[in-house]
Design a protein around this ligand. Structure first.
Ligand code: ADP
Ligand code: MG
Length: 443
């Protein structure tokens, strides 16, 4: 399908979204988002958790008005949901008391389509997505994959021009997800889907390369389109094809680059973020971090591992491996380099150290590179009773990020500080404190 000649469906210009917080600083989720979708293409939106992908999808669906910027649908400003755009969600949002057919017909009822016509079109959609014979089944009688097919049928029954999919396969087991992907792409290639274009959000790089004609890589904090790639392979695609593997590798490299220097015209390359006391931290366990460093240090990697290979060896997806790598990078134990994770000198020293020395190396890294941990320790050193409530740190974090992220960040500094014996934490009183020997050591 030639994606460059089709009519423009969606045009997003200078889009910004911030969520208001009670305190001074708003949470800026999207900034300067530019994107357009044309008839005939499947476009993937690839980015990490929390980068604002779902937010952007809701804006394009007309469910959320952006704080600034414009969205045009077929050349007209989009001011709310339109019949030409339908959405499939990650979780199978079906009504348990309705049959498969009734769930699918729901989309048409809202449009005031007559009953006979509704039934006919629902049956067509159900047949199309391979659920023929299950019309009168209830959701609880279906497997997860079948329920997701119902969700897809419900979106297709309205014959939308644009289908939006928010991580549609991520709640499914591996085999079911793969079957659904294959079925979807077969229907698309045979032009049997009543659709002009698909925009799909995913955090799975392989999935994007398998399905999409064009991939937009989203940056985080704030989210914006940092990179755009055209996927030149025809369907059906082979995951084992060296060119396919190369593209997956290249995207890993883009997603792990500190400052995306290949930002396309009209987008701004984000400078490396400065780490402050309110930087979001990933709550990854020190055990996992140590294990990951040991794995990278050992053969066959010998200090430098290709991320896709490492992810496969550890049975993780991009989205799961990246927070670990980012944390090692934050602590200066490892660096991302063009899609590889490379241990630094400090990382090698850590791996070779015994248990006690590892704690000390970790404590040093926390004091130097994690301003929040350093600030907690400083506060405790200055207090006469060497105790400080965590609430004040949490409040400060919540001024800069969502409550869930603030919790996660607090959780991270608690577990890291405990491991490094930089400070202790009293769960009951929700207070950081210094053990007697730690007080002496600092004096
Ligand atoms: P993604 O889909 O890429 O994981 P989201 O769009 O769901 O990202 O969320 C991006 C950021 O916006 C997150 O920090 C999230 O906590 C925040 N966020 C999302 N929705 C809201 C909301 N309604 N109010 C406040 N913050 C929100
Ligand atoms: Mg999301």
């Amino acid at each position: 399908m030639d994606a460059t000649t089709g009519d423009t469906l969606i045009e997003v210009r200078g889009c910004r979204q911030s969520y208001h917080k009670d305190t001074n600083a708003d949470l800026l989720v999207l900034d300067d988002v530019e994107l357009s979708l044309r008839e005939g293409e499947i476009v993937g939106l690839l980015g990490r958790s929390g980068s604002g992908k779902s937010t952007l999808l809701r804006i394009i669906a007309g469910l959320l008005r952006p704080t600034a910027g414009e969205v045009n649908w077929r050349g007209q400003p989009l001011t709310g949901p339109v019949p030409g755009i339908a959405m499939v969600f990650q979780s199978f949002a079906l009504f348990p008391w309705l049959t498969v057919a009734e769930n699918v017909e729901l989309g048409l009822e809202a449009q005031g389509v007559a009953r006979a016509e509704r039934e006919k079109r629902a049956e067509e959609a159900i047949d199309l997505i391979g659920l023929g014979g299950y019309e009168s089944a209830y959701p609880k009688e279906l497997s997860g994959g079948m329920r997701q097919r119902v969700g897809l049928a419900r979106a297709l029954v309205v014959h939308p021009d644009l289908l939006l999919m928010d991580e549609p396969f991520s709640a499914l087991d591996v085999l079911t997800a793969e079957t659904l992907r294959t079925d979807l792409i077969d229907l698309w290639s045979e032009r049997r889907l009543p659709l002009k274009s698909i925009l799909m959000v995913t955090h799975n790089i392989e999935e994007a390369v398998l399905l999409c004609d064009r991939i937009l890589v989203f940056s985080s904090n704030p989210g914006r389109v940092a990179h755009e790639l055209r996927v030149p392979f025809s369907h059906p695609r082979n995951r084992l094809d060296p060119a396919f593997r190369q593209m997956v590798d290249d995207i890993y490299a883009v997603m792990t680059r500190r400052a995306p220097s290949l930002a396309s015209p009209g987008t701004i390359a984000a400078p490396p973020p400065e780490v402050t006391t309110t930087t979001k931290l990933h709550a990854v366990s020190t055990n996992v971090l140590a294990g990951l460093m040991e794995t990278v240090a050992a053969p066959p990697y010998d200090g430098r591992a290709d991320l896709p290979a490492l992810a496969a060896a550890l049975q993780l997806e991009a989205d799961e491996l990246l927070p670990f790598g980012e944390t090692l990078q934050l602590l200066h134990f490892a660096e991302f380099e063009e899609g590889d994770l490379r241990l630094t000198e400090e990382g090698r020293v850590f791996v070779q150290a015994d248990t006690d020395d590892r704690k000390q190396h970790f404590a040093t890294a926390l004091r130097q590179y994690v301003p929040l941990a350093a600030a907690i320790r400083r506060t405790l050193d200055e207090r006469w009773n060497h105790r400080a409530s965590s609430v004040r740190f949490l409040d400060e974090l919540e001024d800069h990020m969502s409550p869930e992220y603030a919790e996660e960040t607090l959780h991270a500094v608690i577990s890291w500080g405990r491991y490094a014996e930089l400070y202790a934490y009293d769960e009951e009183a929700a207070q950081f404190f210094l053990e007697a020997d730690a007080v002496d050591a600092s004096g």
